[in-house]
Ligand binder design. Structure first.
Ligand code: TEU
Ligand code: CA
Length: 538
């Protein structure tokens, strides 16, 4: 496989609204990110996935774009965006932009024109259908609850939106749409960005009349065309968000010989605490055996025909320590466990802002405290169905997206140093204990575990290229080896609050990293709750 910079990179996702406010309006902004680049350079990351900063009415906090080539006023100016790219480059940090082209905002000029008349030249930029029996054309549902079709009174037709009503889906079958998108992508590539994260890119081949949304028949034709028309001959990274991907599908996107994308975000591990075939809110307990099986499958299926991304968190997911660890007495230990477990696997790891200091979920007690459109729509839909308010709020507190969107906690000053204004979403009340300043002062903090893991990826070929081999253990112990030429590393984690047994005849050559005191033998160990370590074995 031809080696690329992103094979050895560690990425950091910034949700700009919640990262750092620099002009005291309580909303994070681009200048605030520039102010924090030295912190990110100290962490050691190679690239930033920047969630959308384009003009938007913020119905879905920027994932509803009204102008792809202007910066949202709340976030700053184009000059400041160009300065961010330049300042990041000075620190060898690439800026990977969020490409949201399955849909636009309904306030985009294209949709405003399209809505005016069935004969508009922009009409076919979107997906319109006649009513059927005075109803929506079919039973496609929006991810944000309700029908995926909304009637436009003006022209009497329905338009498709797989997300919010204010996020009409683009019609990728229309070559004019594709050309506009490629032109916009080159506008950003010409500014020297490091690549794109592609929002729900598996949906652009949809066939709404056949109720097909993900992985439609023309999807890969479009991606090949996009590759050739924009980033194909540039040394940039592209990562597709593909919720339904299997390893075989992932190879279609990321096999270098197919000239499509560098890698994808696959979510099979993310769905393991959700009831199969139901919604993300319908929960079931996580089984560690299933986690081991899914990761092993992905770590051993791609070979040279694809590349893994590695993540626990993003702006859509609850904080991993609260979700699958312990965010009280074992917060630091379980936070380090998830870092060690994930960052020594094969693939490109993504750290979500605040993950490196062990930030946790932020529970709410009423719907009035909730910002996120997905949670709010679900709340009212389920309340309408007679589900108890307490049960719905429990779902939101467990899986709601606001959990990831509370302001970054920088220090123990008011509003955690995020703003001196009123934050758009309240700061978590635990900011005095959990903040960057405190983490940097404590050499045993989660921060330094991440910093060390990033160094290991930069320095050790076994971390980047080593083969993965699952080790047979008791249910709640997840242990694996990485093997590269004559070097073998063993990673052992106890993902439980109970002691667990682990034994190996292997001898420890070097202690690499751990969240408790170094061990001297692997024979007949009794692992502490959430104990995690990695050793080089001889
Ligand atoms: O998310 C795709 C998506 O389907 C998620 O919203 C997911 O269904 C759910 O939130 C899991 O918790 C992307 C963006 O990451 C998300 O922020 C946007 O809301 C969405 O697309 C629409 O652009
Ligand atoms: Ca601001």
């Amino acid at each position: 496989m031809k080696k690329k910079w992103w094979h050895q990179a560690v990425m950091y996702q910034i949700y700009p609204r919640s990262f750092q406010d620099s002009n005291q309006d309580g909303i994070g902004d681009i200048n605030g990110i520039i102010q924090r680049l030295d912190y990110l350079q100290n962490l050691g990351i190679d690239g930033i996935w920047l969630s959308p900063v384009y003009e938007s009415p913020n119905d879905d906090n920027g994932y509803d774009i009204s102008n792809y080539e202007e910066i949202m006023a709340e976030f700053g100016t184009m000059e400041e965006m160009e300065q961010l790219i330049e300042e990041a480059q000075k620190r060898n940090i690439k800026i990977v932009m969020d490409l949201v082209v399955n849909h636009t905002s309904d306030e985009h000029a294209w949709f405003i024109e399209a809505k005016k008349s069935k004969d508009s030249v922009y009409r076919d930029y979107y997906i319109w259908r006649e009513a059927v029996n005075n109803q929506a054309p079919n039973e496609l549902r929006s991810t944000f609850s309700g029908s995926a079709w909304t009637l436009d009174e003006e022209t009497g037709q329905y338009y498709l939106h797989l997300f919010g009503k204010k996020q009409p889906d683009l019609n990728w079958e229309n070559q004019a749409v594709r050309k506009e998108i490629y032109k916009m992508m080159n506008f950003w590539l010409d500014k020297g960005i490091g690549g794109f994260r592609m929002d729900v890119i598996d949906l652009i081949g949809k066939q709404p009349d056949q109720l097909v949304t993900g992985n439609g028949p023309k999807l890969h034709d479009y991606l090949k065309e996009m590759n050739q028309a924009t980033f194909g001959n540039k040394d940039v990274m592209t990562v597709g968000e593909t919720w339904g991907a299997t390893p075989e599908i992932a190879k279609l996107y990321s096999n270098p010989s197919r000239n499509e994308l560098s890698m994808v975000f696959q979510f099979e591990h993310i769905g393991l605490d959700e009831q199969p075939g139901k919604e993300k809110w319908d929960l079931r307990p996580l089984e560690i055996s299933a986690l081991k099986e899914v990761f092993t499958k992905w770590q051993t299926s791609l070979g040279d025909e694809g590349w893994n991304s590695l993540f626990w968190n993003n702006h859509d997911l609850p904080r991993i320590i609260s979700r699958w660890g312990n965010d009280s007495i074992y917060r630091e230990r379980s936070g380090k466990l998830f870092a060690i477990l994930l960052h020594l696997m094969k693939g490109t790891p993504y750290i979500y802002q605040g993950e490196e200091i062990g930030m946790t979920n932020h529970p709410v007690s009423s719907i009035e405290e909730v910002n996120d459109i997905e949670s709010k729509n679900m709340y009212w839909e389920r309340l309408e169905k007679g589900i108890a308010k307490e049960e719905i709020l429990h779902s939101i507190n467990t899986k709601g997206r606001d959990n990831a969107r509370t302001p970054m906690q920088w220090d123990d000053s008011p509003q955690a140093g995020f703003t001196t204004g009123t934050p758009w979403l309240p700061v978590h009340s635990n900011y005095k204990q959990i903040n960057v300043k405190r983490a940097l002062e404590d050499k045993q903090s989660i921060f330094y575990t991440y910093q060390k893991l990033i160094q290991l990826r930069h320095q050790q070929e076994v971390v980047v290229w080593g083969d993965f081999q699952l080790i047979e253990t008791v249910e709640n112990v997840f242990a694996y080896k990485r093997i590269y030429k004559d070097e073998v590393w063993l990673i052992v984690t106890n993902i439980s609050e109970e002691k667990q047994s682990f034994t190996s005849e292997d001898k420890i050559d070097t202690w690499i990293i751990g969240n408790l005191l170094p061990r001297t033998t692997l024979y007949q160990c009794e692992l502490e709750p959430y104990e995690a370590f990695a050793v080089k074995i001889s």
